[in-house]
Design a protein around this ligand. Structure first.
Ligand SMILES: [Mn+2]
Length: 309
């Protein structure tokens, strides 16, 4: 029986990491398969906080993948977000809540749904099959849901997410208000964080029409904490766009308390596109996007639609 490697996207976030970790328990109980969790990059500060609170070890960093191994992608399926070491012919499973863009050459197991997080989808699979979830896994899944849905406030949140949170916490038994406050504080902490890390910690590449578009997101309880770094961020974004040959490059600062976005616009192409799609005023290279907190729901589809015309 071949082994399964479960892995989330590059620049992993909490949902991506916990989904891979709990995926091991799901694959054992649902499919009777032995799996190993991997990560496709460094663990961010929010995820570090979660792992410490839960008392769990981070998955191993993916370095090479050889032999008779099946790959399970969690929390992504877009080519530009898949870890470079993964040979796409080895992908046999996808569990995700993003738009589907992958094309496979053989039948695979694919669980995809419009839901707040991949962790929600995994929790749902446990509950629907009447499978028991360990307390550690319940805590990890809770963290994934609360992180991706910004504590159930993001427009990506569904009624199912709320029900799953309540159900998971019957086993997890965490004090949720304090846990979320700790996650948000860890996420927003800029101590020892370089401009490059701000840009890249939640950066994803998308195919939109014929263009390659990069979009970085920085979620914070304090958008003003970035003010003094704004010029440096803009400069580094210009360098990144050139170095990585992106057709368009965007960076959004999301105020997770007031629920607003600020879109950094580095060039004429980005400005024109943002004006057309979002219609906001640009002030000093930044467009305010009131109510915009979700890249997958409020930024990517809108840009993709315009660039696919
Ligand atoms: Mn996710």
């Amino acid at each position: 029986m071949n082994k399964i490697a479960i892995i989330g996207h590059k620049n992993p976030d909490t949902d991506s990491i916990v989904s891979a970790m709990v995926g091991v328990e799901l694959f054992a109980k649902l499919f009777g398969k032995e799996a190993v969790a991997y990560r496709a990059g460094e663990i961010n500060n929010e995820t570090k906080f979660v792992l410490q609170e839960v008392g769990a070890q981070a998955p191993v960093l993916m370095e090479t993948l050889a032999g008779d191994v099946s790959v399970a992608l969690v929390d992504h399926n877009e080519a530009g977000q898949i870890c470079e070491q993964i040979d796409s012919s080895k992908i046999d499973y996808i569990i995700d809540h993003h738009k589907l863009s992958v094309k496979t050459e053989k039948p695979i197991f694919c669980a995809a749904q419009f839901i707040g997080s991949t962790a929600s989808l995994i929790a749902k699979m446990f509950f629907e099959k009447g499978l028991e979830i360990s307390q550690v896994s319940s805590k990890l899944l809770l963290a994934g849901i609360l992180s991706d849905t910004l504590n159930l406030t993001s427009p990506t949140t569904t009624e199912e997410d709320r029900i799953l949170v309540a159900k998971l916490n019957e086993t997890a038994k965490i004090e949720m208000e304090g846990f979320v406050a700790g996650m948000f504080a860890a996420k927003s902490n800029l101590e020892g964080i370089s401009v490059g890390e701000i840009i890249n910690s939640d950066y994803k590449v998308f195919e939109m029409g014929t263009l390659k578009v990069g979009i970085g997101v920085w979620e914070t309880t304090s958008p003003r904490s970035l003010d003094e770094k704004k010029v440096a961020i803009l400069e580094e974004l210009i360098v990144k766009k050139e170095a990585e040959k992106m057709d368009r490059l965007f960076f959004a600062v999301i105020d997770i308390i007031k629920q607003n976005g600020q879109l950094y616009l580095i060039g004429e192409a980005e400005k024109k596109l943002a004006e057309k799609v979002f219609g906001g005023e640009i002030e000093a290279e930044v467009m305010s996007l009131p109510g915009v907190v979700s890249r997958k729901k409020q930024i990517v589809p809108q840009l993709t639609e315009e660039l696919s015309k």
